[in-house]
Design a protein around this ligand. Sequence first.
Ligand SMILES: Nc1ncnc2c1ncn2[C@@H]1O[C@H](COP(=O)(O)OP(=O)(O)OP(=O)(O)O)[C@@H](O)[C@H]1O
Ligand SMILES: [Mg+2]
Length: 252
Amino acid sequence: MDTKVILEVKNLRKSFNSFTAIDDISFSLEEGEILGFLGPNGAGKSTTIYCILGLVAPDEGDIRIFGKNIFKGRSEIFKDVNYASAEFNLPWNLSIWENLLVYAKLYEVPEAKKRITELLEIFEMSHLKDQATRDLSTGLRARANLCKALLNKPRLLLLDEPMASMDPDVVDKGINLIKQIQKEEGITVLYTSHNMWEIEEIAGEVIFLNHGKIIAQGSPLELTQKVLKLEGSEPNLRDVFIHLARSQDEPK
Ligand SMILES: Nc1ncnc2c1ncn2[C@@H]1O[C@H](COP(=O)(O)OP(=O)(O)OP(=O)(O)O)[C@@H](O)[C@H]1O
Ligand SMILES: [Mg+2]
């Protein structure tokens, strides 16, 4: 069976004035892949995602989603893409239900009310559906964001620390749900998090970014064995992360 490349980032560069945030990175995601996108604060993860979404204009490079240039035929491409982030806020004054209904309309979700009800149940928010988004706790807002991100059953899902403020019980449910969707519908996910357990649970492949460059890539276990020079059979991304982050910051 042919594998389809869902996302292709080639030689991406982005500077803000004289500061280089993204320094010539290339990577791709095949259909059904979940890629963990890791790196210290300021490494360039969110900037890369903003470039993929077309919200930040790259200085150089090429970004293709479903084989198409993201600046051509945007509405056709982005109806099958979605995004959730700790930084994203749904409109404050609307209730969760109203917010999800508006987004369902924008994405032309068939049987919108059924889909919203289903997602609210999964994220245990049905009883909160009429609450104004502004009145929710941070973790509950993150859950609502994730509901919004799954509304259109996206083929490509960009998740930038989506579960940063969720309690571990809900994180576990969120991860299982994404895995289940991946299995059933072959969803492709780019996933950033600072919680290494989350990444070990969900990602088949991991990219480490530092100072805007890709400094390591592989499965969580491969990276553990390679970076930490261990023979073990359990991934340990936390130690890999610390090792890679510190090795870059040592004086030359
Ligand atoms: N609009 C902007 N203007 C100037 N600098 C920016 C801008 N956006 C991002 N940067 C800088 O680019 C660098 C990369 O930021 P980015 O948000 O991509 O990091 P990150 O890897 O997502 O970090 P975190 O883990 O903290 O979310 C940072 O040094 C940041 O200050
Ligand atoms: Mg970020």
